[in-house]
Write a protein that binds this ligand. Structure first.
Ligand SMILES: *Cc1c(COP(=O)(O)O)cnc(C)c1O
Length: 493
């Protein structure tokens, strides 16, 4: 299986190359030349397997330059064998929750970032890359911690994370600033997530910087969701959830289901689309936005317009106005028309907007439904589900649930739908406590205990451990100083 760029027709690379270097030289994103197919027989084969076996089986269809034994070792090391990393909660007859937050950092980013260090290291070996990779990350909160944890003390790598100073939850901030490991660094920036992402992209494009790093035997790499190594592990849990629904007799083989996904950078839901392209029986993919509903507007009108207010919300991982992975979807919907995609992306860069053609729009609306959820409704949803169903969900998952409810009400669609649950509610305990209402007093980590007492749910281990840790990284830099912060970090090798 070879990979091509969304912006050029010629280039073809192996998956190791796509994973190691992240972005194509023409500025496009790497996509597989074609999609491997699965059918009922594949599903039946996968059903008795553990999650890590399913992952190795499916990922090997994409990473043909990796051998199967190697992938088996990696997925076993990443996901372990003692628990199911992606259990499906049987909420009611037509709604299920796919809980993707049982990993070390309590958010779905772990599903990819627990595996990615193995893929990256092995890719380096395959290609004969001898330099140290310096992974730069702009995070809206969850990717940063998951990547720090995944790459901590991995030989041949260094990792630096930038997060928006006021754009992450208290717990997320502490998770990052207390990170252990010899090869890690973390800084807050004065700006929002889009500023952080733009700052990182600038460093990647800075020739003087990359030459200087090269002289020190270092090259820049990314673990953001534009990296193919982030996306391919995410395809697995869509298929795995389907297998579990069959296994527990919630659906019949070949029955179509919907997925509803709380969306920011469009990485998670794109993996669902890829699963559908492979042949997984998916009816609709429901794209849920918070108040920053640039994607909902796009799906409803066909115009992507980032020239709008940016809001800080209670679901910060979705506070994004530039959804990078949309480029990959448009590439497929356009029949791989790289000229058209290049046009859209340059119009986005220059004018902040673009409008898609009617045929692409029709293809889009065939599969995707969208909706948005206000701050007030996010809070109400958490409270209602907790009171009525005794199930506690986080702010991002609440956005998805509400959007699904609205869709069901207006369409009458009663297809079994899996809500992709992306974070443990304790990660956003201040907002969740507010949603539940009632009075309490406390701040910071005390809120974990308060939420635990109130609900009788145990604080997840990795978050409880924060109490015994001291912050190591307290620096805030301006967007213009991100480059010198990276230089300083590398200088200290
Ligand atoms: C990252 C994240 C999202 C958004 O996922 P995308 O792949 O960026 O669309 C949603 N919820 C949580 C909790 C996240 O961490």
């Amino acid at each position: 299986m070879l990979y091509q760029s969304t912006r050029g027709e010629g280039l073809r690379v192996e998956s190791a190359h796509a994973i190691l270097y992240g972005q194509a030289p023409d500025g496009g994103l790497y996509v597989p030349e074609k999609f491997p197919a699965i059918n009922n027989e594949t599903i039946m084969n996968l059903i008795p397997m553990s999650y890590s076996e399913r992952a190795a089986y499916l990922i090997s269809m994409y990473l043909s330059d990796f051998d199967r034994n190697e992938l088996d070792r990696f997925t076993t090391a990443a996901y372990g064998t003692d628990h199911d990393p992606a259990p499906v909660k049987d909420f009611n007859e037509t709604t299920k929750f796919l809980e993707l937050w049982h990993g070390p950092t309590c958010a779905f980013k772990d599903m990819a970032l627990q595996l990615m260090p193995y893929l990256l290291t092995s890719s380096g070996n395959k290609i004969g890359e001898k330099r140290t990779s310096c992974i730069l990350i702009a995070t809206s909160g969850d990717t940063g911690k998951a990547a720090l944890e995944g790459f901590r003390d991995v030989p041949g790598t260094r990792i630096m994370v930038f997060y928006p100073q006021d754009g992450v939850s208290e717990i997320q901030k502490l998770q990052m600033t207390t990170q252990e490991g010899m090869n890690v660094n973390v800084a807050a920036i004065n700006g929002n997530f889009d500023d952080a992402q733009t700052g990182v992209k600038k460093i990647f494009a800075d020739k003087e910087m990359t030459d200087d790093l090269n002289d020190r035997n270092v090259f820049l790499s990314s673990a953001n969701s534009i990296n193919w190594g982030r996306l391919v592990p995410q395809i697995v849990y869509y298929i795995s959830a389907y297998c579990d629904l069959i296994r527990y007799k919630k659906i019949k083989i070949s029955e179509k289901i919907n997925f509803c996904v709380p969306t920011g950078n469009f990485g998670n839901i794109l993996a669902g689309y890829y699963a559908k392209k492979m042949g997984l029986p998916i009816n609709k993919l429901i794209c849920a936005s918070n108040r920053n509903d640039v994607l909902n507007q796009f799906i409803t009108t066909g115009t992507y317009d980032r020239n709008r207010m940016f809001y800080t919300t209670a679901s910060p991982a979705m506070d994004i106005l530039i959804s990078s992975n949309l480029e990959r979807l448009l590439f497929e919907l356009s029949g791989k028309d790289s000229d058209m995609i290049t046009g859209y992306m340059s119009s986005l860069a220059n004018e902040g907007k673009y409008s898609i053609s009617d045929p692409i729009r029709n293809e889009l609306c065939d599969v995707f439904i969208s909706g948005y959820c206000s701050e007030e409704d996010t809070m109400k949803t958490i409270k209602t589900i907790y009171n009525k169903n005794d199930y506690l969900i986080d702010t991002h998952t609440a956005v998805a649930y509400k959007v699904l409810e609205d869709y069901k009400n207006r369409s009458g669609d009663d297809t079994v739908t899996v809500v992709v649950s992306t974070a443990n509610p304790f990660k956003f305990c201040d907002a969740v406590l507010n949603a539940l209402g009632g009075s309490y007093s406390g701040k910071g980590l005390e809120l974990l205990d308060i939420l635990s007492e109130k609900t009788g749910i145990r604080i997840p281990g990795p978050l409880a451990d924060l109490k015994n840790k001291t912050p190591r990284f307290n620096k805030t830099v301006s967007v213009n100083d991100m480059k010198s912060a990276v230089k300083e970090f590398i200088g200290g090798i």
